[in-house]
Every structure is written in structure tokens, then in C-alpha cells.
Design a protein around this ligand. Structure first.
Ligand code: CMC
Length: 428
């Protein structure tokens, strides 16, 4: 028997079906609410609103569980590669050796960008934020690959997926190289995804550059940990833009912009800036914890809190351990790690953080690893974007294939003035 929820309004009772996901979460299907009652729901920030059914990622914020296609994140972080995880997210199953080799082959062989794209980088100011550059260049792929814009053609989508996965590291590395005035390198197809990216970032044409395998492994794990996170701000953006049947390149370009903000993917940059400010002001973490607690002070502890995780963020546990490992092997000591550890320790003892269930999130320690790997701070959100790309692709593809596909179009409660007449300017 179908479970239902009842709503009584103006003396009349309406019944709505309750739907249940495979891991037990339930939702009231209010699709017919407006038609039946004339009412809409009101839920700013989508605190209680499910926007879609999805079989890609599951997370349980109370228990700190994150699964990609059913597989726990810690298992993937330990045993998988980023490309294999991307395949899993996009196509739903772990690949066989042949499928993985084929996917890898296609990605490797699309890693170069069109030579004219290089000239775009001359047009951006030298101090441009790389997220702005990456989003613009990703959007521009729609002009180079006009035969891959049909969202109802599986073959076109397939090639667009290969191209995006292959080219984003090149596009990202170029945004950095240009900012420091170095030559834009070609990708090296003999290397794996992360090693190739690190070589493009830090190698120069003047001498041989060997990528540190510890750095490449750390990057792989970080990319895997960021690869999907169900209906967050940027993923909802990719779906909303894609729901107008807009092509993959443009939809992902929009998602990069959505990720940029400091409350989302920009938080890893904001964390390092916050830790640096604390260090520059004598390292007194108590003072900043007090500031964060003060309702009159807009300051927040960046890298703390999460809309969904109310116990711990499973990704932050893995990243914290990795931060220790990477920083131990690093030649230069990282004073900000000490501050981060102290800040976490002090904050987690405070009732404010305990009561509001605020714990370190994925961004709290990831920036420290990127810093140890020599990434400039403004590239941190770009690293998040590179990691999140397979998730965006998988969610966009799932939307296009959904039997219930329709354009996303929320309603609103209008709070403006009543109807009134236009007043000519001379009478105002
Ligand atoms: N420091 C101090 N207080 C906080 C913090 C924080 N980092 N986060 C939330 N609070 C307080 C907030 O002031 C509010 O208090 P009150 O109920 O008294 O008004 C309460 O906790 C609930 O916060 P909220 O803003 O209503 O919660 P939200 O679910 O809308 O926001 C969040 C989630 C992640 C945007 C927020 O916790 C935050 O701004 N954190 C800092 C930025 C950050 O680290 N973002 C990365 C998120 S993880 C990566 C990603 O998904 O992009």
C-alpha cells in the first residue's frame, strides 16, 4: 500500500503520496499540490526540498555516510583512481579493465585544447581569478565543438564528456601559467591524469620535471573525495541550467561559477586566508572562536559547518590524516597546520559549535594539502572544480535521461507593491 501524507487546508483534506529512496529517506510528493489546492510550498535555501530522484550519490549527514553508486567514499579513496571513480559516477558501475582502458584512452587523447584557445588567455587581466578564467574557457568549448551540443544525442554527449574531462586540467593549468608569465605547456599523454596535471602546473620547458608520486597520489585522493556530493549548490546549478536542454559545456561553465563562492567551493581558499590572518595576528585561536560565536559579528569559521553533515564530514576525516602525511614529507614546515589543529580542538569543545552541530568540513584541511603541494591559494577552488567535474557530468546526464525530465522552474511568493499605474517622469 502506498503511504500518504495528509494536508488539511480550509476544512478540506488532501492526500499526497510518500515516496521512499533505496536507503530509507522519505519525501512527500507534492507535484500536484498547486493544482489541487492552489498553494505552493515555501522553502528558501531548499532546507526540506528534494529536487530530483538520483541514483548517483547517497549521503547521510547524521551518520556521516557518503556513497558513490553505493560504494563508501573511504574505500574509493583508498583503492580507486580518479578516472575509475569518474567512470563509476558517470556510468553507474565500476568499469571492467577494457572499459577503463577505453575511457582513459579517450580522455588522454582529448587533452590538448584548440590552439586559438591559448589566445583567450592573453585577453584576461594577468591577475584574473582562475575560476573566472576556467568557467569562461569551458563555456567557450561550445563554440569549438558545435557538433556536440545536442543533448538528446548519446554519441555527441559521449564525446563532450571525454573532451571536458580531458581538457579541464589543461584549461586550469593554463590559467595558472598565464598568471605567472610562463609558457603554456602541452599535456603529456604518457602520464596519468593527476601526474600530467601537476607536470603542466609546475614543469617548465627549460628542464626535465619529475612529478613527486606522493603529490600525485594526494591529488588523486582529493579529486576522488570531491567528485560528487548530491544536490549541492553547483550541482543544482548544473541541473537547472541543463534543464533548459542547454549543452554540457555551458551547464558546467555555470556550475564552476556557482562553486566559486566562499560558502561553497571558495571555502578552501577562505580557510587558508582565515588561518593566515590568525597567524598574522599572533595565532590566538580563542579570539577567532569567540568572534565566530558572536551573533553581532559576521565572522564565521571557514571550513566549519555543513548543510547536511551534522555529525562529521567523512571526507574531512580522510583529508585530515592525509594532511598530516603530506605535510610530514614536505620539506617546508607548515605553521598553519598547527593553527588549524588548535582551532579545531578549541572550537569542538565549545557549546556553540556542539549545539549547532558545526564540524570541520571537506575544505578545512584540503587547502593545507594544496598549499603543501605549492598551489597558489586562488587555485584551490579550481582544484575543487576539477574534482567535482565527473559529479556534474553524471548529474547532468542523469537529468537528460530522466523520464520525468522537465525544465526547472521554481515558484515564488511575491512581496512587492500592489498593482499601480505608471507615473510619467515629469510627475514623479
Ligand atoms: N562559523 C560560525 N557559525 C556558523 C558557521 C561557521 N562556520 N556555520 C554555521 N554557523 C551558525 C550560523 O550562524 C547559524 O546560527 P544561528 O542559527 O544562530 O543563526 C547556524 O550555525 C546555522 O547556519 P546556517 O548558515 O543557517 O547553515 P546553512 O546550512 O545554511 O549553511 C554553510 C551551511 C556551510 C554555508 C555554513 O555552515 C557556513 O557558512 N560555513 C562556512 C563556509 C564553509 O566552510 N563552506 C564550505 C561548505 S563544505 C564544501 C561545499 O560543499 O562547498
Amino acid at each position: 500500500m502506498v503511504e500518504t501524507a495528509k494536508l488539511t487546508y480550509q476544512g478540506k483534506t488532501y492526500e499526497f503520496p510518500v515516496i521512499e529512496g533505496t536507503l530509507g529517506e522519505k519525501a512527500i510528493d507534492i507535484g500536484s499540490l498547486r493544482k489541487e489546492t492552489g498553494l505552493i510550498t515555501f522553502d528558501p535555501g531548499f532546507m526540506s526540498t528534494g529536487s530530483c530522484k538520483s541514483s548517483i550519490t547517497f549521503l547521510d549527514g547524521e551518520k556521516g555516510i557518503l556513497l558513490y553508486r553505493g560504494i563508501p567514499i573511504d574505500q574509493l579513496a583508498e583503492k580507486s583512481s580518479f578516472i575509475e571513480t569518474a567512470y563509476l559516477l558517470i556510468y553507474g558501475e565500476l568499469p571492467t579493465s577494457e572499459q577503463l582502458a577505453d575511457f582513459n584512452y579517450h580522455i588522454i587523447h582529448h587533452s590538448m585544447v584548440h590552439e586559438s584557445i591559448k589566445s583567450f588567455y592573453d585577453g584576461f587581466p594577468i591577475n584574473s581569478h582562475p575560476m573566472a578564467v576556467c568557467s569562461a574557457v569551458v563555456g567557450s568549448l561550445a563554440t569549438f565543438y558545435q557538433d556536440e551540443l545536442n543533448v538528446r544525442d548519446d554519441r555527441e554527449i559521449e564525446i563532450a564528456i571525454h573532451r571536458l574531462m580531458a581538457k579541464l586540467p589543461t584549461i586550469a593549468a593554463y590559467s595558472y601559467k598565464k598568471s605567472i608569465g610562463q609558457a603554456l605547456p602541452y599535456p603529456d599523454n604518457s602520464l596519468d591524469y593527476s601526474t600530467n596535471f601537476l607536470k603542466m602546473m609546475f614543469g617548465t620547458p627549460c628542464e626535465a620535471y619529475e612529478v613527486d608520486p606522493v603529490a600525485a597520489k594526494a591529488l588523486e585522493v582529493l579529486l576522488i573525495l570531491h567528485a560528487d556530493h548530491e544536490q549541492n549548490c553547483s550541482t543544482s546549478s548544473v541541473r537547472l541550467v541543463g534543464s533548459s536542454m542547454c549543452n554540457l559545456f555551458a551547464s558546467v561553465s555555470a556550475a564552476i561559477y556557482a562553486l566559486w563562492g566562499p560558502l561553497h567551493g571558495g571555502a578552501n581558499q577562505a580557510v587558508i586566508e582565515m588561518l593566515q590572518t590568525i597567524a598574522d595576528n599572533g595565532g590566538d585561536v580563542h579570539k577567532y572562536v569567540e568572534k565566530a560565536k558572536d551573533p553581532k559579528d559576521p565572522f564565521r569559521l571557514m571550513g566549519f559547518g555543513h548543510r547536511v553533515y551534522k555529525n562529521f564530514d567523512p571526507r574531512s576525516k580522510i583529508i585530515k590524516t592525509m594532511a598530516h602525511d603530506v605535510l610530514e614529507k614536505s620539506v617546508t614546515k607548515e605553521p598553519l597546520l598547527e593553527i588549524a589543529l588548535k582551532l579545531e580542538e578549541v572550537a569542538l569543545k565549545e557549546d556553540y559549535f556542539i549545539d549547532k552541530k558545526l564540524y570541520p568540513n571537506v575544505d578545512f584541511y584540503s587547502g593545507l594539502i594544496y598549499k603543501a603541494l605549492n598551489f597558489p591559494v586562488n587555485m584551490f577552488p579550481v582544484m575543487f572544480a576539477m574534482g567535482r567535474l565527473p559529479g556534474w557530468i553524471a548529474q547532468w546526464k542523469e537529468l537528460q535521461e530522466d523520464d520525468d525530465f522537465r525544465i526547472g522552474r521554481p515558484r515564488q511568493i511575491y512581496t512587492g507593491t500592489q498593482t499601480r499605474d505608471y507615473i510619467p517622469i515629469k510627475n514623479r
